[in-house]
Write a protein that binds this ligand. Structure first.
Ligand SMILES: *Cc1c(COP(=O)(O)O)cnc(C)c1O
Length: 420
């Protein structure tokens, strides 16, 4: 494969952006190669600047559950754009999208549209603190909740490969109230509640972790979080930025049958445009301005083009119930091929990760035991054969309904070649 043009573009990008990128993992530092520059995408395929074609299992890190350039979504966006890119004012589309979200996520009695997952989670935590009048929050090692100051502690995703346990530039005071627990370890949560009686505002969790690689919740873990937060009058926040509309139409909370007090959504809900959502119990959301004293605002919030993309995407997912069955079937086929190739796979629906460790991966330390050099070899092996996956061990592989059976089969064949 020729990558001359990508290499040229990368050398130019390095002059303008830190590491040549607008988001760290894209620099591909963890897999020992330079990034490929993308020219266009369609269906389950992505094309780089040199004209190489790949089957795409990154799917923009989740949003593209329908694949790239789904005609209904593109035409909805074009139609919206023709009426104006932004008004900074109320429009009907916001109500229709909110209605659809609430129908899928009944726990979100009231919600706000924002522009990124980072913003959604940050705002949900602020509302939880405002509502409870408490400062301390509990998060789990290896869970990523965006890059706001207070949540950048053992945060997973790009922070795991960079050997950065926490970001610099964050004053100690900002993370002092962030308490760390271990994923799938109920005892670690119990201890924090015992040591901080009546001080915990909220517990925030990825109900199926996907930013230290995929780590599903063990039986009883989410149930425990539901119970202990209820008993202590703390708010339970599900960060469903990845899992929302992916594990099922109603997200992880529908799949596992647990109702959180608040939820953050992103990625799929924007259909490929910058849009995210936070919401939850009415009494908590009524603390948000202008009704209450928790301030949160946005010039581009509810942007009509983004709302159109999100709405068109959700309409398709809502109508075609076979989508989730298809995703399950295709993902199970990939999992089977990986397991046959001797890989250690965690999978939850259309999210999967092959971990290069012998340990069963159930939390941050076991995920960290993975051999990232070996993962880098695997990544380069796949890329050279036209399979585009996440350039980091600690991310998920995303399957979309645009992945054809032939392409899944081809991917399985290449994976079994790796075993030889
Ligand atoms: C991607 C992600 C975020 C951050 O969303 P951005 O849109 O990148 O700011 C937050 N939480 C989870 C679980 C995510 O996967």
């Amino acid at each position: 494969m020729d990558h001359t043009k990508s290499e040229l573009l990368y050398s130019q990008a390095l002059e303008f952006m830190p590491g040549g990128v607008n988001s760290p993992v894209r620099a591909c530092k963890a897999v020992g190669r330079k990034p490929v520059f993308i020219e266009k995408a369609s269906g389950d395929r992505i094309f780089d600047a040199d004209g190489n074609e790949y089957i795409d299992y990154v799917c923009s890190w989740g949003p593209n559950i329908l694949g790239h350039c789904r005609p209904e979504v593109i035409s909805a966006v074009i139609k919206a754009c023709e009426k104006g890119l932004t008004f900074g004012a109320c429009h009907e589309g916001e109500i229709r999208l909110a209605e659809m979200i609430k129908k899928a996520f009944p726990s979100m009695e009231m919600l706000r549209l924002v522009n990124s997952g980072t913003e959604a989670v940050m705002s949900a935590v602020r509302a939880a603190r405002g509502f409870t009048g408490r400062d301390k929050i509990i998060k789990f090692e290896g869970c990523y909740h965006g890059h706001s100051d207070g949540l950048l502690v053992r945060a997973g995703s790009g922070l795991m490969t960079g050997s950065i346990p926490a970001s610099s530039g964050v004053p100690a005071g900002y993370t002092e109230s962030t308490l760390l627990a271990q994923y799938n370890d109920t005892g670690s949560v119990q201890r924090l509640f015992d040591e901080n009686r009546n001080e915990i505002a909220c517990v925030i969790v990825e109900p199926c972790a996907a930013n230290m690689g995929v780590v599903p919740p063990e039986k009883g873990f989410l149930e425990f979080l539901r119970k202990i937060t209820e008993d202590n009058k703390a708010v339970l926040i599900f960060d469903e930025v990845i899992t929302g509309f992916r594990l099922s139409f109603g997200g992880a909370q529908e799949l596992y049958g647990i109702k959180p007090d608040m939820t953050a959504l992103g990625k799929i809900v924007g259909g490929g445009m910058p849009l995210a959502v936070y919401g939850g119990k009415k009494e908590i959301m009524e603390c948000v301005a202008p009704l209450g004293s928790v301030y949160q605002a946005g010039t581009l919030s509810g942007n009509p083009a983004a709302v159109a993309a999100g709405t068109a995407t959700l309409e398709i997912l809502e109508k075609d119930k076979s989508i989730y069955k298809e995703l399950e079937k295709k993902s199970a086929a990939l999992e089977k091929a990986m397991v046959s190739a001797g890989l250690n796979v965690n999978r939850c629906g259309s999210l999967l990760t092959a971990f290069f460790t012998e340990e069963r991966v159930k939390d941050y330390p076991s995920a960290k035991s993975a051999d990232v050099t070996r993962y880098g070899e695997f990544y380069r092996f796949l890329l050279d054969r036209g399979i585009y996956t996440a350039p980091s061990q600690f991310e998920a592989m995303f399957v979309s309904c645009a992945h054809s059976d032939e392409d899944i089969e081809r991917t399985c064949d290449i994976i079994s070649e790796w075993a030889k």
